[in-house]
Design a protein around this ligand. Structure first.
Ligand code: AMP
Ligand code: MN
Ligand code: MN
Ligand code: MN
Length: 283
């Protein structure tokens, strides 16, 4: 018999995590082992613009936990880079495959342009090295940041973003990511649930946050992350009331990238506030 809704809310759920297939430090199997050790019962691996982790993981229920297919798509809303989670996606769907291919081509193009900018800044050629750092995974700015730390150009990843890779910095290449509509289309085409990731992280004004939610709903978006690893309790309560007001499904995830990260540990996110309808209710 499936657990009651209350039981599911109380159990450990983490629907936003990363592995070495994007910018996380644990391999897919290591992440799964850590999730089991953390007594997580419902997990999704949501690497940036790729589902390659699932070449090593099989979605479904095991003794200890249920794994659902997931992805975190990068998208562009107005001038803001916004992330959308595709949860419970069917991994062999054509729509998802198309989306992942589209985004990976953009990531490769952007990587070449970032490398070019860094070289012009006198930091030497780095694309080959960064490709090695990314391995089989989705190449991204964190790999450039790791490279810049490795060559001693900066001493921390944070500094690499602050000096070179972050918004408005000289090696930040603005990219026309897919639109909200395209991304939601790929997710829903794969039978998944489209969830707006970490809404508090964009630091939008109230007016803009409401406009983003409305545009996301208009595009077919179905849920929002009410609980995310890097936000305060007050932000969670505020997002919960917006979620209820906008009649969206509610999700929760740590945005786990590595053990010891400064924000919530894998699975250590608070339960959804009461009144929120959990996204897994519709699976
Ligand atoms: P990308 O998707 O390639 O643009 O890279 C974005 C990722 O970089 C985010 O998902 C974070 O994991 C990481 N990131 C963004 N800003 C910072 C920062 N200031 N310091 C460290 N990591 C960051
Ligand atoms: Mn990341
Ligand atoms: Mn994100
Ligand atoms: Mn993430």
């Amino acid at each position: 018999m499936p657990p009651s809704r209350e039981g599911l809310v109380a159990m450990r759920v983490d629907l936003h995590t990363h592995t070495t297939m994007s910018d996380g430090t644990l391999t897919p199997r290591e992440l799964l082992e850590r999730a089991a050790a953390m007594s997580i019962r419902l997990l999704s691996v949501t690497d940036h613009d790729t589902v390659r982790a699932y070449s090593q993981l099989v979605p479904g229920a095991s003794d200890s936990l249920t794994l659902v297919g997931g992805v975190e798509f990068s998208t562009q809303w107005r001038r803001v880079g916004v992330h959308v989670l595709g949860l419970n996606v069917s991994l062999d769907s054509d729509a998802l495959g198309e989306g992942v291919r589209h985004q990976q081509a953009l990531r490769l193009e952007r990587a070449a342009r970032i490398a070019h900018r860094l070289e012009r800044l006198g930091l030497g050629a780095c694309l080959d090295r960064v490709r090695v750092l990314a391995g089989e995974g989705s190449i991204g700015r964190p790999h450039f940041a790791r490279h810049l730390v490795a060559i001693g150009a900066v001493s921390t990843l944070e500094q690499a973003f602050g000096k070179y890779l972050g918004a408005g910095r000289p090696a930040n290449v603005r990219l026309a990511w897919a639109s909200l509509g395209e991304v939601v289309g790929w997710i829903r085409g794969a039978g998944g649930t489209a969830v707006l990731a970490h809404p508090a992280k964009y630091r939008l004004t109230r007016t803009k946050l409401l406009a983003l939610l409305d545009d996301f709903i208009e595009a077919g978006g179905q849920g929002m992350e009410v609980v995310s690893g890097q936000q305060t309790g007050a932000q969670t309560r505020d997002l919960a009331s917006l979620c209820i007001e906008k009649r969206l499904l509610a999700s929760c995830g740590s945005d786990f990238h590595q053990p010891g990260q400064p924000w919530a540990e894998l699975g250590r996110v608070t339960a959804l506030p009461s009144g929120c309808r959990p996204v897994w209710d519709c699976w």
